[in-house]
Design a protein. Sequence first.
Length: 321
Amino acid sequence: MISRSFLKKVSIFGDCTEHELASIAAGLTEFKAAAGEIIFREGDEGSELYIVKRGLVTIGLRTTDGNEKELARCQAGNFFGEMSIVDDAPRSATCRALEDSVLYRMHERDYNRVLEAQPRAAIKIMYKMLNTIAHRLETTSHVVADMVRWGNEASRRAITDEVTGAYNRRYLDSLLADRYSGGGVSGKPFSLVMMDVDRFREINEARGHEVGNKLLARLVETIKLVLKQTDVIARYGGDEFTLLLPDAGLQEASARAEEIRRAVEGMTIRIPPVEEALAVTVSQGVAAFSESRNNLEELKAAADRALYRAKEEGRNRVIQA
């Protein structure tokens, strides 16, 4: 026998009369869930509303990393699963018992019987239910927004060099493989620039890694001011950087590399605790896709050879492949 006094304490039934509560009680069945038992999973088909008589149930949302984020906990008198009755939609969250629990459940067909027999009661229930749904959706939207931010931040960290803010080598290799392998840029100008910071090891040894890292970060900031929005700068490793210049032929890419060289040469860098300004220059090798150089390995090798020549010929210069 389902206690009407208990049902009266359930928020969605709070405004119902004794007669209406009797009709509602007739549509409820008892259900037991052991601690740890999943009552339903996110994405499952469902058509039942649950009310906690005794125990504790958690409502959780699956995150992008496969874990579960808790949205709410339901104790005696709380209800969940109402969207299956309101919207006839798959379960929007996963619900599991945190401890041995006793629940009441109402199937959609039983709710419809109440609607037909006690339309005023059904309206009262629906009004209360919609208020609760609105509150839960607001809570869920905040959680989802946080999840999106967390996901975006994780994605950003996965492809970005933490020291300089440039892309990392993993992203560079992936981008080259996805967009520029297998003749993907056939017929379009595309250039690659290999860059080294001149005598960076000496700066690191004399000033320390922290100063060296800050110098590299300032360097990347300066280079980004010269690059176009579609250009990519990636830290290849240590003081080595790679620039991808889509839609730029050899001459345009060389001109942009020369602009970068001048901008870096003109930098005034003061990094505490170092009192004097630090001077830094870069050497660059530029290579472009052509009929005779039409695969990535050849392109990278050509740019690397040009970079080697730039350093051999005195550094602080741009050499074309």
